[in-house]
Design a protein around this ligand. Structure first.
Ligand code: SF4
Length: 468
């Protein structure tokens, strides 16, 4: 019996795709290996959003060249995801031990590709590499069986691709244009997850807020033919409707990511504010606080638009945890532009933020632009911003001290098996000690009350509270 192992890089969409890859391999009789070195089939699901990801991938794939072969005597190395879609056969220039490359829309062709790779000799594969990156989008991959990593939480992809073409981002080129799944398909998947006991679902997409915008008459008719009795008027069905319908199914926790500020409507905010099971956490990438840089980034909102949105969100959802992404050192960013980012961060008062130094992505418009700032100026700005973010995160976490919060327990601490780890509704990591003589694994997947008694910059600590 063959074994497999998947190593995933990048975003939750990739993690969700990896669950589908695992589903295909398990359905074909493969079982999970202990690690990637021991696997007959080693799959890498790649990300090309940052340069580091490319380097990481090639180091990981190349390391397998020196690993002892698995018991079958043959290791098949497959690379999928965004780098696979972008580079196709070129991947083999950097990692000659790759046997097959499959694109972001080729999941349903994975099994035939694997069969060919297993049947071929290394010489044959060197002569004619197996590359499948030209699949058109169909909904077939949606129907593939998933092999979820966790039975209490699930990702539900609702929209694929992106139409925004932010000038620094490669995603629209490798994931294609926006395609929303039909509401019927999503709701059916969600109902199955609910019946299976899943407590938390995360609706996924590069821009979930633009869900439904790609519906055409053809899709509407297709849906009408599958659910003749209640043809949903898809043309008017957007993310607010979907979020409400998912909330009505009664999951204990609903999250969604990613949100684009320009598409976050009052309707979506109203639905978030109306349902207790939609978690009070929103990740809303701002990227810069300078309207001039936002224009160069092609973000389609200004500093003022973003701050007005934050004000509205805080009025509607007072206890909202707001997190963001920030890019420092975008081409043309001046000290003045950076000061505007710094002051926006102060005004928006984020709970947490991911701060990145701009990384050039070949194939995007920004990759051809000159960067007017020096490396040391960029690093100095980055450090200043990182200190502010740390300060804000520490303050935001202090507010949790003394509160009893619901924690979805997800793991046992790697460093200390007597500590359980989970997340509160605001998506902050919470650590708490396992009660004496309790079975740690019986807690995983449960939502338990935890009294917070210590708040650090990036996590909280507490004690299991009385459930009553
Ligand atoms: S919204 Fe912009 S940053 Fe996000 S995936 Fe689309 S192009 Fe990339």
């Amino acid at each position: 019996m063959l074994t497999y192992y998947i190593r995933t890089f990048g975003c939750q969409m990739n993690l969700s795709d990896s669950e589908r890859v695992a589903g295909i391999l398990e359905a074909s009789g493969l079982t999970l290996a202990e690690n990637i070195e021991a696997a007959d089939v080693a799959v890498f699901m790649t990300c090309c959003v940052r340069e580091k990801a490319d380097t990481q991938l090639f180091a990981n794939v190349s390391a397998l060249k020196n690993a002892p072969l698995p018991p079958s005597g043959k290791r098949t190395v497959m690379v999928g995801g965004c780098i696979a879609q972008r580079d196709g056969e070129k991947i083999r220039q950097f990692a000659s031990n790759v046997d097959a490359v499959f694109g972001t829309q080729a999941l349903s062709c994975l099994k035939p590709l694997l069969d060919k790779a297993r049947a071929a000799t290394r010489e044959e594969l060197k002569r004619s590499p197996l590359v499948d990156i030209d699949q058109p989008y169909t909904d077939t991959s949606e129907k593939l069986i998933k092999h979820p990593e966790r039975n209490y939480a699930a990702w539900i992809p609702i929209i694929y691709g992106c139409n925004n073409f932010c000038s620094y981002c490669i995603v629209p080129y490798v994931r294609g244009r926006e395609r929303s799944r039909l509401p019927e398909a999503i709701l059916e998947e969600a109902k199955k997850l609910k019946s299976a006991g899943v407590k938390e679902v995360t609706l996924l997409g590069q821009n979930v807020n633009s869900y439904g915008k790609s519906f055409s008459g053809a899709e509407k008719n297709a849906a009408a033919s599958t659910t003749a009795s209640e043809a949903t008027p898809h043309l008017a069905y957007g993310f607010a409707d979907l979020l409400r319908d998912i909330a009505e199914l009664g999951f204990e926790r609903i999250r969604f990511t990613s949100s684009h500020p320009k598409d976050l409507t009052d309707g979506i905010i109203d639905v978030m504010a109306s349902y207790d099971n939609i978690m009070p956490h929103l990740h809303l990438a701002v990227q810069s606080g300078s309207s001039a840089i936002l224009k160069k980034m092609n973000r389609k909102y200004t500093r003022e638009d973003y701050l007005a949105l934050v004000k509205h969100l805080r009025e509607k959802i007072p206890d909202l945890s707001l997190t963001t992404d920030l890019i420092v050192g975008f081409p043309g960013e001046t000290e003045g532009d950076f000061e505007e980012t710094f002051s926006l961060v102060k005004e928006a008062n984020f709970d947490r933020a991911f701060t990145f130094i701009y990384s050039k992505r070949e194939g995007t418009p920004a990759a051809t632009w000159e960067n007017g700032s020096t490396e040391s100026e960029i690093h100095e700005r980055f450090d200043r911003l990182a200190s502010l973010i740390q300060e804000q995160s520490f303050k935001a976490n202090q507010k949790e001290k003394g509160r009893i919060v619901d924690v979805l327990v997800e793991d046992v601490s790697k460093k200390d098996p007597s500590i359980l780890v989970g997340h509160n509704p605001k998506n902050v990591t919470v650590h708490f000690p396992l009660p004496k003589d309790a079975d740690a694994y019986a807690f995983i997947g449960q939502i338990v009350p935890v009294k917070i008694d210590e708040a650090k910059t990036w996590y909280l600590r507490g004690e299991l509270a009385d459930a009553n």
